[in-house]
Design a protein around this ligand. Structure first.
Ligand code: AMO
Length: 434
C-alpha cells in the first residue's frame, strides 16, 4: 500500500490507487457508483457495466458496505460527482469484507443512541462529525502544550498508582499493590507541588485522573484527563492569568487549525475565541448574585457549596467565562492557602464556563507548620503524607497552580450535551469496556 493515494489528493489526469471503506453503493442500472471513504474524505468510483470487465463490476458492486477495499484507476473530472472527480476503475481488491449487518450505520443516515455508539466506537468514529470532535480534541492538547511551553513550563509525568488521595476520600478507587492497599490517583496535585520545589520550578502535566464518582451525570467521568499547571513564585492571581491564557490558546488553536472540522460540526458561526479578561468575582459576590436571580428556593448562605442550578443561574447572568475567587477556607482542600489577613477566606479559585466548572486552583500552603495544621483540620493524618510534607522542610517556595478538566474544556468549546462525546472510550458506572 506504499503507493496509496489519499482521496483528497486524487487529481484528474493521474492513475491512482486509493484505499478505504465502502461508504455507499448506488446501482442505477447500466451505471453504478461506489463511494469510497478514507480519513481525508470520499471519492466516487464509476462502474459502466456494459463497458467494463464483468468480474471487475461484480467485485466492485458485490462488496458489502464498510468493507475495506483498494481501487486502482484513472481520475477524471466529473462535475456531477460529489467532489468534482471520479475514478474509472481498472481493478478493485477486497481487503477485508464487512458483515452485511452492522451494529450502527457509519454513513449517519440511521441514528444510533450513545450507548450503541460507545459500544462500537470504531464504527462510530468513521463518521465525519465524530472524527471532527477528536481531531479538535487533539488540536486542543497541542495548543495547550504549546502555550505551557511558551509560559516556560516543563512537561512532567507523575505516578497514577499512589499511596494517598488528595481530593476527598469517598471518591477514591482502591487497588491492591503487592498485597498492600493503594489507590488510583485523583489528581497529580501533590507531585506537581513537589516539583515546584525542585529545580524545575514551573511544570505542567496532561494525564488521567480517576474519580469514583457515585452517580452517572452528563458532566462527570470516572476517568478524566486533567490538564495541570503549577509554578513557584506566583500567587493565585498569576495562576489565573496563566489559566486564562491556556484556555484562550486552546480556542485559538481550534479556530485557526480546525476550520474544516468546525464546518463539519456546523459550528463555523457559533465558535468563538473568548475575548478579554475573564471577570473575577469573589465567592461572596457570587452567592449574592445567585440569590438575586431568585433561581434557588433556599437562598445560599456563606459556606455553602454552589449547587448546579446556582451555577447555571450565575452563568446565564455573567454570560462568559469567569472566575470565582476567595472561597471559604472550610470548603477548599488542605493544600490551598488561606489569606494572610483572614484565615476564613482561602486563595482558592474556580474557572467557570457559563454552563459548568472547568478549573479549580489556588495559591498553595507552603509553610510547613500551617500545612500540618491544615491536614489535622481536615481530619487527615499528616504522617500518611510524609513523603510530601517533609519536602516543605527543605526550602519550598511560595507557589500556585490549577487543574483543568480536558473533556469539560472540549465539551464547552463544542457545546456537547454529554461529556462522553469528548472521550473515545469513557469510563462511567456502567462502562468498563471497550
Ligand atoms: P478538582 O477536583 O476541582 O481539582 O478537579 C479539577 C478539574 O478537573 C475536572 N474534573 C472532572 N471532569 C470530569 N469528570 C470528573 N469526575 C472530574 N473531576 C474533576 C473539572 C475540575 O474543575 N487538585 C485540584 C486542582 C488544583 O488545585 O490544581 C483538583 O483536582 O474540570
Amino acid at each position: 500500500m506504499e503507493s496509496r493515494t489519499y482521496t483528497a489528493d486524487a487529481a484528474p489526469g493521474n492513475t491512482v490507487t486509493v484505499a478505504g471503506w465502502v461508504h455507499e453503493l448506488r446501482d442505477l442500472g447500466g451505471i453504478a457508483f461506489l463511494i469510497l471513504r478514507d480519513t481525508t474524505g470520499k471519492i466516487q468510483v464509476k462502474f459502466e457495466k456494459d463497458e467494463m470487465d464483468e468480474q471487475l463490476v461484480e467485485t466492485g458492486l458485490g462488496v458489502h458496505r464498510e468493507s475495506v477495499i483498494t481501487v486502482t484507476g484513472a481520475v477524471e473530472e466529473e462535475e456531477r460527482a460529489p467532489t468534482g472527480v471520479e475514478i474509472v476503475p481498472e481493478s478493485v481488491e477486497v481487503i477485508a469484507e464487512a458483515d452485511p449487518e452492522l451494529p450502527l450505520d457509519p454513513s449517519g443516515k440511521v441514528d444510533a443512541d450513545l450507548s450503541t455508539r460507545l459500544d462500537n466506537r470504531t464504527l462510530d468514529l468513521r463518521k465525519a462529525e465524530v472524527q471532527a470532535i477528536f481531531d479538535i480534541r487533539a488540536e486542543v492538547l497541542r495548543a495547550v502544550r504549546q502555550q505551557f511551553r511558551d509560559l516556560g513550563c516543563t512537561e512532567i509525568n507523575t505516578p497514577k498508582i499512589v499511596a494517598t488521595g488528595t481530593e476527598g476520600g469517598t471518591e477514591l478507587f482502591p487497588i491492591t499493590y503487592f498485597g498492600a492497599e493503594a489507590f488510583m490517583n485523583q489528581s497529580p496535585q501533590l507531585f506537581k507541588q513537589l516539583m515546584v520545589g525542585s529545580g524545575l520550578e514551573r511544570v505542567f502535566e496532561i494525564g488521567p485522573i480517576f474519580r469514583a464518582e457515585e452517580h452517572n451525570t452528563p458532566r462527570h467521568l470516572n476517568e478524566a484527563t486533567s490538564i495541570d499547571f503549577e509554578s513557584a513564585f506566583i500567587d493565585e492571581s498569576g495562576a489565573m492569568d496563566a489559566c486564562e491564557s491556556v484556555v484562550r490558546a486552546a480556542h485559538e488553536g481550534v479556530a485557526q487549525n480546525c476550520v474544516e472540522q468546525l464546518e463539519t460540526l456546523g459550528l463555523t458561526e457559533e465558535f468563538e475565541v473568548p475575548a478579554g479578561d475573564f471577570p473575577r468575582l469573589s465567592y461572596e459576590e457570587a452567592i449574592e448574585r445567585i440569590n438575586a436571580t431568585g433561581a434557588l428556593d433556599e437562598p445560599l448562605v456563606w459556606g455553602d457549596d454552589l449547587p448546579t442550578e446556582g451555577e447555571h443561574a450565575l452563568g446565564a447572568d455573567v454570560g462568559q467565562h469567569y472566575f470565582i475567587t476567595d472561597w471559604p477556607s472550610e470548603i477548599k482542600p488542605f493544600y490551598i492557602k488561606d489569606h494572610d489577613d483572614d484565615p476564613d477566606l482561602s486563595t482558592g479559585f474556580d474557572l467557570m464556563h457559563p454552563e459548568l466548572e472547568l478549573v479549580s486552583g489556588g495559591q498553595r500552603e507552603h509553610r510547613y507548620d500551617h500545612l500540618i495544621e491544615g491536614f489535622k483540620q481536615q481530619g487527615l493524618e499528616p504522617e500518611a503524607f510524609e513523603y510530601y510534607t517533609k519536602m516543605f522542610r527543605y526550602g519550598m517556595p511560595p507557589h500556585a497552580g490549577w487543574g483543568l478538566g480536558g473533556e469539560r474544556l472540549v465539551m464547552t468549546m463544542l457545546d456537547l450535551g454529554n461529556i462522553r462525546e469528548a472521550v473515545i472510550f469513557p469510563r462511567d458506572r456502567q462502562r468498563l469496556s471497550p
